[in-house]
Write a protein that binds this ligand. Structure first.
Ligand code: A3P
Length: 866
């Protein structure tokens, strides 16, 4: 028996080994299979949920309860408005998260604001300007900083709020050391902190509700367990948002019964101390707080900072016919597109998908996908269409306008052959190429081939942050900002959504996508063909978004075709009509879609900005004698100056401007410059200059404004039939002499280190010294010795270029004219006229640490005697 066992055992052991090996192999194999299956068939892992259902089935209320009898606060009549429409935000630090979230919402809503670090003792910023209030609303990122203000500051702020009808928004954010229960200092209000809450609801009786639609109970936990609730018996407090304690929470101190719904946001109606407030028991990370916050701003500012209820949505589907095989739409996808479009039309009247096509790729999918192409064309009349370039090429790659136009004609021919409508006046360039930065050829070709009036881009002024995107009009084409909805060419499966499918749902349900529509009256969304095949994420996203918006907001969703939509946009934002050009090389994305034939080195390194009649032509002339310095080519139409930044020329774009400059032979040493003496006192030039030439140096020449005016006077009086109105001439003559006013404007946009003030008197009497300081300031090499280059011309009475044989080359007759000295009466008048401006200038110069020009010193001495 034992022997037998011995024989059997090795045999059995062998089998056992085999069995184990087999088992391992099997489990490895099935693991591999599983891994493969899971990674290649994402749909099998988690099915795409149905778009959010009706509000009633989703938990939130449908149309919402009827408005309660509490009357909303009436907007203040304009004559009683005594405050600037600016929000004062007290932040904890420049980087604090909540502070940034507050600012982001104000910026997205295009509301003006000013941030201050929440003051310590006695650091309250100035709240009034003469009799006008500087702020319409005060926001405290940390409510405790407000209640713990020192008595003096608190009194000051509260008195300001009462007197000017200004409200306060405050956030209370519990941290681990917060007292669990405490009274808010000075208020009949108790706070209970560090709570976990669930099942929230908006109180339909809260007077502040405007965009927010009051909800039925929304079941589920509120994120985090650091919530604060407010409790009071005073009638001034009205709950806005209510929630219940989570079952695991310890009971509240009496007399709060566990089941009561507790306010986490309350509205103080001002019955306690005459100041209206809205207090939040958490930050803005909970999506509903953002919505309520927007309403709180509107309510407390008497609807002065308030978004209208109308929202226009346009969904572009780019890349029609362009998608790769296997990612395109099939017949069933087109049917689904039509079904969803019809469903959406019940919520957004006339909603129509806007299809952007590239005809060259028609019928380049699988057989089923080609049938999808045909299905789209069969139903072409049910969609809006726009051209997206024949071969989906980037327009900036076409330097030759007619070649670009030929490409467009091919796409147009395709449209005509297939009955696609061609009259919507809208086009989109692949990859935003040529729209911004401007490729003039694209605008011209669009207009000539298609009669385009509207386009859209994400790139103006930059892709990020999205809330800064704006529109502009160039060459008759209205450019609208475009929003991304989080769906890109490669996001085609729900389960493979970057960061997980919950990210997409979060964006829809109160996250980024929801906020985009909430805060922008007009949203044009970019999606792609591939988002409508596969998991049809485009349909899922927009149906869910629209339903969610309808559940929680009172927004009136609607749509318009591109041209009326663009007209609406610039009606709402007329200030955006004029663009603000920037340097295409300062943004990598912009550089990538800018013609390789263009170079940013053709922009000036410094500007001589004026004012006129101070010696700017002399500096221009002297600098041109320098071998490393190159001036712009003269403009025939504007007295030799380009005058780009201040006049209608600005709208011609930067290509036009750059054509005035030679391509530098050696970009690092060549100093290109431009002189336009009317830049100095222009309202718009410093901002425009700093946008395009942020690193440029600015040179200004200041002489005694009285002498400047007298020099002007010689021009006026010399012309017997002055064609312009005397008043405007007088202004040209006097207003540029308000030196400090204009300099302050330049200093708003340029750091003081980039600004040089040349003493015009020294330039006249000792130009070599002035030119030396200009060269040092610009860092020009080689250093030119102007003592040797210039020579005083006795006959002209001015410094000129010294030529061989004792000759000179001077400025023309109109510069450095001979005329009698100013009479005493005129001088006294002008000195008096400029007295305060000159005083301001001396203060500004001493603040900047800049030397005081000799003429100013003399002038100040005279005026102090006078
Ligand atoms: P007048 O012609 O009234 O004397 P601008 O070029 O900015 O319009 O300024 C013209 C003024 O520059 C002249 O005004 C003159 O006073 C001054 N200027 C300074 N240096 C000069 C120079 N070397 N040659 C001619 N004018 C000079």
């Amino acid at each position: 028996m034992l022997k037998l066992w011995k024989v059997v055992r090795p045999a059995r052991q062998l089998e056992l080994h085999r069995l184990i090996l087999l088992l391992i192999a099997f489990s490895l194999g099935s693991m591999g299979f599983l891994a493969y299956y899971v990674s290649t068939s994402p749909k099998a892992k988690e099915p795409l949920p149905l778009p959010l259902g009706d509000c009633s089935s989703g938990g939130a209320a449908g149309p919402g309860p009827v408005r309660p009898p509490v009357p909303p606060r009436p907007p203040r009549p304009p004559e009683t408005v005594r405050t600037e429409p600016v929000v004062l935000v007290f932040v904890e630090s420049a980087y604090s998260q909540l502070g940034q979230e507050i600012v982001a919402i104000l910026e997205s809503s295009r509301f003006r604001y000013s941030t201050e670090l929440a003051p310590g003792r006695g650091d309250m910023p100035t709240l009034t300007d003469h009799t006008r209030g500087r702020y319409v609303l005060v926001i405290y990122e940390n409510l405790l900083k407000y209640v713990n203000l020192d008595a003096w500051s608190r009194e000051l702020l509260d008195r300001y709020c009462v007197e000017y009808g200004v409200g306060i928004i405050g956030f209370f954010r519990a941290h681990e050391h917060s007292l669990l229960s405490a009274q808010l200092k000075g208020f009949p209000l108790f706070l209970h902190s560090n709570l976990g809450l669930q099942d929230y609801q908006v109180n339909p009786s809260a007077p502040l509700l405007h965009l927010t639609r009051p909800s039925r109970l929304e079941p589920g936990p509120l994120p985090g367990d650091d919530w604060t609730i407010f409790q009071s018996n005073h009638s001034t407090y009205e709950p806005v948002l209510l929630a219940s304690l989570r079952p695991a929470e310890p009971p509240m101190p009496a007399p709060v019964p566990r089941r009561t719904r507790l306010p986490t946001v309350i509205q103080d109606l001002g019955l306690h101390d005459g100041i209206q407030r809205v207090l939040f028991g958490h930050g803005l990370s909970f999506w509903l707080h953002k919505l309520v916050f927007v309403d709180a701003v509107a309510y407390l500012t008497g609807k002065r900072l308030c978004l209208d209820l109308d929202r226009y949505i346009l969904v572009d589907i780019d890349d029609i016919f362009v998608g790769k095989e296997g990612t395109r739409m099939k017949v069933a996808d087109v049917e689904a597109l039509l079904t969803t479009q019809n469903k959406l039309r019940t919520l957004v009247p006339n909603f129509t998908f806007n299809l952007g096509f590239s005809g060259k790729f028609y019928h380049t999918g699988t057989e089923e996908e080609d049938a999808g192409d045909d299905m789209l064309l069969k139903h072409r009349r049910e969609f809006w269409w726009f051209p997206h370039m024949w071969s989906h090429m980037q327009p900036h790659l076409f330097h030759n306008r007619s070649v670009l136009a030929d490409q467009m004609r091919l796409n147009k021919q395709f449209a005509l052959e297939h009955g696609i409508p061609t009259d919507l006046g809208y086009a989109v360039a692949p990859h935003h190429s040529g729209v911004y930065p401007i490729h003039t050829q694209l605008y011209e070709a669009w207009k000539s081939v298609w009669g385009i009036q509207v386009t859209s881009t994400e790139e103006y002024p930059h892709l990020r942050p999205a809330r800064y995107r704006r529109g502009f009009i160039h060459n008759g084409i209205m450019v609208l900002p475009r929003q991304t909805c989080g769906l890109f060419t490669h996001t085609i499966f729900y389960n493979e959504y970057p960061g997980g499918s919950r990210e997409l749902d979060r964006s829809i349900r109160g996250g980024e996508l929801f906020l985009t529509v909430l805060l922008n009256p007009i949203s044009i969304f970019m999606t792609h063909l591939s988002n409508y095949g596969n998991d049809r994420l485009g349909l899922y996203t927009f149906e869910s978004l629209v339903r969610f918006l309808q559940c929680w907001t009172r927004l009136r969703l609607q749509t318009l075709p591109p041209v009326p939509l663009a007209q609406k946009y610039f009606e709402l934002f007329p200030q955006e009509r004029s663009p603000l050009w920037q340097n295409p090389c300062d943004d990598k994305r912009h550089k990538d879609i800018w013609s390789k034939e263009k170079t940013c080195d053709r922009l000036p390194k410094f500007l001589i900005v004026g004012p006129q009649k101070t010696g700017t032509t002399a500096i221009h002339f002297f600098l041109s004698l320098h071998p490393a310095v190159t001036s712009s080519f003269p403009s025939p139409s504007t007295f030799e100056e380009i005058q780009f930044f201040n006049g209608p020329n600005y709208h011609k774009g930067i290509d036009w401007y750059m054509d005035f400059f030679p391509v530098p032979s050696n970009a690092s040493t060549d100093f290109l410059f431009e002189k336009s003496a009317t830049y100095f006192d222009s309202e718009v030039v410093p901002r425009r200059g700093a946008a395009l030439l942020p690193r440029a140096k600015i040179i200004t020449v200041l002489t005694n404004p009285a002498d400047r005016a007298y020099s002007w006077y010689q021009v006026i009086s010399a012309s017997s039939q002055a064609p312009l109105a005397l008043r405007s001439l007088q202004n040209r003559c006097l207003v540029p002499g308000y030196y400090s006013t204009h300099l302050q404007r330049w200093l708003t946009y340029y750091p003081s280190g980039q600004l040089l003030i040349v003493d015009g008197q020294e330039l006249r009497t000792n130009p070599a010294a002035s030119m030396e300081s200009i060269q040092k300031f610009l860092g020009i090499t080689p250093f030119l010795n102007y003592t040797r280059t210039l020579r005083f011309d006795e006959e002209k009475g001015f410094w000129c270029q010294g030529l061989e044989g004792g000759k000179t080359r001077c400025l023309g007759k109109s510069k450095g004219r001979r005329y009698p000295d100013m009479d005493t009466e005129s001088r006294l008048f002008l000195t008096d006229f400029f007295r305060n401006h000159n005083l301001d200038l001396s203060k500004l110069l001493s603040r900047l640490g800049q030397p005081v020009p000799s003429w100013l010193r003399e002038e100040l001495q005279h005026s102090s005697l006078g």
